[in-house]
Ligand binder design. Sequence first.
Ligand code: 4NP
Length: 151
Amino acid sequence: MKKIIFVCLGNICRSPMAEMMMMELVSESNLSEVIGVESRATSTYEIGNPPHPGALSELKKQGVKIVEHHSKQINLFDFADADLIIGMDFQNIEDLKQMAPEQDIEKIHLAYESVNKNKVIEDPWYDHKFDRTYRQLKEVLPEWLKILEAK
Ligand code: 4NP
């Protein structure tokens, strides 16, 4: 089983959206038996909480299957277990690199790296622009699936 873990600050907006959208891509490609998709937080702020209602309504609007999820902080098992660890913004990457054991640091990548762009999946926490989050994730996720398959 190959494993990709999406990470943001709270694990209630961007990374659960990425997880559910990627699960949809994996399922469409008949890869559910061989690719695992998860999401985590860098912080403890929202531990145990479900995704933001705005994230869920955008996913429903776009026809993405909703899966049960509660915010969890990334831990040492996750760093070891993952093949790819994908952060949404520069702060996520900095935090992940601080938290990761040395041998797992190379697994950490910025989401937009898959399409060779140095930009961020913007945080919808303040402006509730979940449609932008969906659009931005849609740009980068198919390429991460290809990269993971090739690993
Ligand atoms: P996320 O959004 O990192 O995309 O899940 C946020 C969620 C919670 C907070 C900030 C951003 N917060 O400050 O609690």
